[in-house]
Write a protein that binds this ligand. Structure first.
Ligand SMILES: [Cu+2]
Length: 187
């Protein structure tokens, strides 16, 4: 009897996990050797989830937040059609903010204080789709600003690759190379 209960419980837990999974994304601030300004980034920077999954953003550094690239935010529209604009407050260090995404497609988000330092990420829900499947072409303040747009155009963050990999680490993307592209200075 006891064994049967254990089996039933295991089956129940498995079914719950399959129905809805919680994913964690760290919002990081990392000092870089030889650089005055630290790196600000989401880790992972590319994430594949299923419709109905919840993503919890953990503030591992100060003054981070999560905002959708949505036309109503006076930005390039880089979320699937029908998605409401969403935006977290600035999350206190050690705190969390969660969102459940149900509409399939590709979502680009940014951290308002650190966008031009490249703090943006891509989430694929179910399958790639929508305007974020196209490369960033507007690198101005009303587009995907500065380094954020450059990093989102990295082939490492190709939506199909995010699906294949499940997650893509910021550490795969060489920030010094990208800074060279933006600033035109050699490191
Ligand atoms: Cu940030």
């Amino acid at each position: 009897m006891h064994r049967m209960l254990t089996t039933l419980l295991a089956a129940f837990v498995f079914a719950s996990a399959a129905a809805q999974t919680n994913h964690q994304v760290q919002m990081m601030t990392l000092p870089i050797e030889g650089q005055e300004i630290p790196a600000f980034f989401f880790e992972p920077m590319g994430l594949y989830v299923q419709p109905g999954d919840t993503i919890t953003f953990v503030a591992a550094g100060p003054h981070h937040g999560v905002t959708a690239y949505h036309g109503q935010h006076v930005k390039s529209h880089r979320v699937p059609d029908g998605v409401e604009p969403f935006s977290s407050p600035i999350v206190p260090i050690g705190g969390t903010w969660s969102i459940t995404l149900t509409i399939p497609g590709t979502y680009d988000v940014w951290c308002p204080p650190h966008e031009h330092f490249g703090m943006a990420m891509r989430i694929v829900v179910g399958e790639p789709g929508g305007p974020a499947n196209e490369p960033v072409t507007n690198f101005g303040p009303d587009g995907a600003f500065d380094l954020a747009g450059v990093l989102l155009n990295s082939p490492l963050l190709d939506p199909a690759r995010i699906v294949a990999e499940g997650a893509v680490s910021w550490f795969e993307i060489d920030p010094s190379k990208t800074v060279t592209t933006i600033g035109g200075t050699e490191h």
